[in-house]
Design a protein around this ligand. Structure first.
Ligand code: 0A1
Ligand code: ZN
Length: 880
């Protein structure tokens, strides 16, 4: 077990390796009783390395069987080898090859890093530092090598043998065994290595690239699941076409394979030519997958495919540059989904995710810059900040320099850095050149953590016909960064006139304005618009043009006006959310004092008009109905949070909406066509989202008739979206029909793991006093296993992150339960343990009693020995 004594790694210490590895030949003999890996690794001395300088290779829990240098066994005194290091004391001055054989036991690899088994299939996960669990290596992203892989296994146990690149040879190996050889011509870092061996079924297809090359596509799954991979295959082909059209990127191998496995720590992995997926992001049919699952599959298939250029052809120099591939690839997958679906709806969904995942990270003890400068465990930096805020930074760059310069910058980046292990500086230099602009101040977005606040004051001078906006930005202190410089902030804006259209102005001073974007560069700007005929309502940060917290202080009537009339769909939704948040916060304060939360009737009426407007996209109307979540309200409150008061306020607002809008919501429900065929497209998903949101709000009122209707909808549902929506409403309302519905669900879907996850999560997120007991009991259910990350996340992860009142029970029992799970998982799968532990990150914002209980639970985790580096890192930073 690696422990917390690990030193921090620092960006400032970066130095290239002393040796390069031009080629690697791997010979992998897979067997039930243990696997032998023979790696023949060619080394060359880099310029500047003195002849004979020792060679130090990374390892992790390795068992060395034999070692040879240029074909001759190494003398025992020529090297040292331990589980985590191999040192060749005096390498030859010229090129040389080491041949190292290691023995692995994939069946007992519960960390799911390196080579492991998932339902009998051998598979690998090497990002970030998993390759060193397969063989000793220079396991870092700036060491790029050409790989040839020979794999051999029992033909019956593993008829399918896959690795990166193109297949070059296959045949019989005697004794019931067979082999395959794969060659990947593109130099790559070890984290992109992959192999898969197993008895899998496949859906094949082909894609003809823009230059006319044929690519054979395969999606491999467990037998019985082929009927569920059509959507993923279609998404893959659409992704390949889109990357050609939107970014000019063509695929570069003869084959592209995707393999779905049931046991996977994350979502999916972009291994060159052989993407390995959590089966959650591949398998779908209407009976088991919701619309959200389909959208997730489309996005993740695209994300991993897009990595072929942003990540694989151009990789990262070191792990500090993780956002170079992740922020950019998230930006690209967001754009893809926007083009496939509705752009404003996608934007609203992405901003909701950013606010619920990244904002709390940026505002808590785990805050770090988009490009961190130090880490103890890199696995803990696959975060919403690196991914989602990283994508926002790229979106801002595009907003600032414009679409054309952005495209020129991307083209230059691909041309200049193809084959490189690059840095953020390399990336930004391409855009500075393409736009002929200094981006030094903009680069602070990569270095400074914390979500900036932008306070806005306005003034209209009727006599002078001027409209003045004063904008002040503050970047809060974060761990290790007490003082901040101002950011470059693009504020996309409109001055909305009384007729709802954007007003013209005759000129502007006080800040640079590019089209409809005000560019903030200073702590404070006074922006004066001339020739403004009357006082406009300002619509700022349209499309969420910067990842900041605006504080515009508009009146309720201005906000309802924007909600009804803003030409920017995002800001219509934002105005509604801002209004709801004002009420939710006031309601939480009232509930804390024993009072009653109240809803503003004008807001609810405006909401009713929008939701009832058939000319608007149903998906947009559904998003309008979703008021900010309890965690969002807690974040807005900031400190002394009582989750029960927040929940009371949330419930009260939803009851008020459900009651006052009963006619319009009932009309929406009544207009549903139950015979409409299911299609997992954006239009169908939007209609279902609206109907289900309406049903849920009506159920929130607790009326028996609404609950009966939900129970009927549950029984009659022909797809998982509607079924799960009805089930969730029933269970979370503690409806009399809930237990029967849960029983019927598991009776029907108990054998489908991805559906079982939904059944577990619905129960774990119920805001009910008995939930914790139920969750604890479910850990013993035959369909549950702590060995499987999806099951664990569905039950314990969703309890900890999506059930604020029960996780943060006043008696501390919720905290204790999750702490026990973290301690237990720390031994078997530290990566998953560390991720669940992150649920404690906002512990300091609770009221004193809960804060003390949370701290005690955290200290119990910190005291465990041995403690993995993953968990030690998170718990130390959380308590610091
Ligand atoms: N690069 C992947 C994310 C990923 C990272 C680590 C993993 O180890 C278990 C797996 C996947 C992506 O961005 O999709
Ligand atoms: Zn990624």
């Amino acid at each position: 077990m690696r422990t917390d004594t690990a030193p921090a790694v620092r960006l400032a210490d970066y130095a290239p390796t002393a040796y390069a590895i031009p080629t690697v030949a791997l010979d992998v003999r897979l067997a039930e009783t243990g696997t032998l890996v023979t790696a023949t690794i060619a080394f060359t001395r880099r310029d500047g390395t003195p002849a004979g300088a020792e060679l130090v290779l990374d390892g992790d829990e390795l068992d060395l069987v034999s070692a040879a240098l240029d074909g001759a066994p190494l003398a025992p005194d020529a090297f040292t080898a331990s589980a985590d290091r191999f040192v060749l004391k005096a390498p030859p001055a010229g090129p040389f090859a080491l041949t190292l054989t290691t023995r692995l036991d994939p069946a007992t690899n519960t960390k799911l890093m390196g080579l492991y088994r998932s339902s009998g299939t051998w598979c690998t996960q090497c990002e970030a530092e998993g390759f060193r669990r397969i063989t000793y290596f220079l396991d870092r992203p700036d060491v790029l090598s050409v790989y040839t892989v020979r794999m051999e296994a029992d033909r019956t146990a593993a008829p399918v043998l896959l690795a990166n690149g193109n297949p070059v040879e296959a045949g019989d190996a005697g004794d019931g065994r067979h082999f395959a050889v794969w060659h990947d011509p593109w130099p790559k870092p070890a984290y992109l290595f992959a192999l898969v061996a197993g008895d899998l079924a496949v859906l094949k297809d082909e894609f003809v690239t823009c230059s006319g090359r044929r690519v054979e596509l395969g999606v491999y799954v467990e037998h019985g699941n082929v009927a569920r991979v059509g959507y993923a295959m279609d998404a893959l082909k659409r992704s390949m076409r889109w990357d050609e059209e939107a970014f000019g990127r063509e695929y570069d191998l003869d084959v592209f394979n995707v393999v779905a496995v049931g046991d996977f720590n994350m979502g999916a992995m972009e291994n060159k030519g052989l993407n390995i997926f959590n089966d959650k992001y591949v398998l779908a049919d209407p009976d088991v997958a919701t619309d959200a699952d389909y959208a997730g599959i489309e996005a993740v298939i695209a994300h991993e495919y897009f990595h072929n250029w942003t990540g694989n052809r151009i990789t990262c120099r070191d792990w500090f540059q993780l956002c170079l591939k992740e922020g950019l690839t998230v930006f690209r997958d967001q754009e893809f989904s926007s083009d496939m679906r509705s752009r404003p709806v996608k934007r609203i969904a992405d901003v909701r995710t950013l606010r619920s995942h990244q904002f709390p990270e940026d505002g808590g003890p785990l805050a770090h810059p988009v490009r961190p400068e130090t880490y103890k465990e890199i696995n803990n930096f696959y975060t919403a900040t690196v991914y989602e805020k990283g994508a926002e930074v790229i979106r801002m760059l595009k907003t600032l320099i414009g679409d054309e310069a952005f495209r020129r910058g991307m083209d230059l980046y691909f041309e200049r850095h193809d084959g490189d292990a690059a840095t953020i500086e390399d990336f930004l230099a391409c855009f500075a050149e393409a736009a002929d602009e200094d981006l030094d101040a903009f680069a602070r977005w990569y270095r400074q953590a914390g979500t900036p606040t932008v306070d806005v004051a306005e003034h209209y001078d009727a006599a002078a016909r001027t409209y003045t906006l004063t904008l002040r930005q503050t970047v809060p202190p974060t761990p290790g960064q007490p003082d901040k410089l101002p950011h470059v902030i693009p504020v996309r804006f409109g001055l909305v006139g009384p007729n709802g259209g954007d007003m013209a102005h005759a000129g502007v001073s006080g800040a640079e304005v590019r089209g409809d974007v005000i560019v903030l560069t200073q702590p404070r700007h006074t922006v004066v618009f001339e020739g403004v005929a009357e006082r406009p309502v300002p619509s700022l940060f349209r499309g969420f043009s910067a990842p900041v917290k605006p504080n515009v202080g508009l009146s309720l009537s201005d906000l309802t006006f924007l909600m009804r009339h803003d030409g920017d769909a995002f800001n219509r939704w934002q105005a509604s959310s801002t209004l709801a948040m004002t009420m939710l916060v006031a309601g939480a304060h009232a509930a804390r004092r024993g009072g009653v939360p109240r809803a503003d009737a004008a807001y609810v009426d405006a909401l009713g008009e929008i939701v009832g407007d058939d000319r608007l996209d149903p998906a947009f109307r559904a998003l309008m109905l979703a008021v900010p979540g309890e965690n969002d309200v807690a974040r807005e409150l900031g400190d002394d949070v009582d989750p029960d008061a927040v929940a009371a306020s949330h419930r009260a607002l939803r009851v008020a909406i459900g009651t006052r809008l009963k006619p319009v919501l009932s009309t929406i429900l009544a207009a549903e066509d139950p015979a409409a065929p299911f299609a997992p497209d954006a239009a169908g998903a939007g209609r279902r989202a609206l109907v289900n949101a309406a049903g849920d709000l009506l159920a929130a009122t607790g009326e028996a008739a609404a609950l009966d209707r939900l129970a009927a909808r549950f029984s009659a549902a022909t797809n998982m979206t509607d079924r799960l929506a009805a089930l969730t409403s029933l269970v979370h309302r503690d409806a009399p029909q809930a237990d029967a519905a849960l029983a019927a669900f598991v009776e029907r879907f108990g054998g489908v793991p991805l559906a079982v996850d939904k059944w577990l999560a619905v129960q774990a997120t119920a805001p009910l006093g008995r939930t914790l007991d139920r969750v604890a009991a479910l850990t013993a259910h035959p369909a549950f296993s702590f060995r499987n990350p999806n099951r664990t996340r569905a039950l314990v992860g969703s309890f900890a992150t999506l059930n604020p009142t029960q996780f943060a029970r006043r008696d501390g029992a919720g905290f204790d339960f999750v702490a026990d799970v973290v301690r237990r998982l720390d031994d078997s799968n530290p990566q998953v343990a560390a991720r669940i532990l992150v649920a404690f990150r906002s512990w300091r914002s609770y009221e004193p009693e809960r804060r003390a209980r949370a701290e005690a639970a955290l200290r119990r985790i910190a005291a465990k020995r041995p403690l993995s580096r993953d968990v030690a890192d998170i718990v130390e930073r959380t308590l610091a």
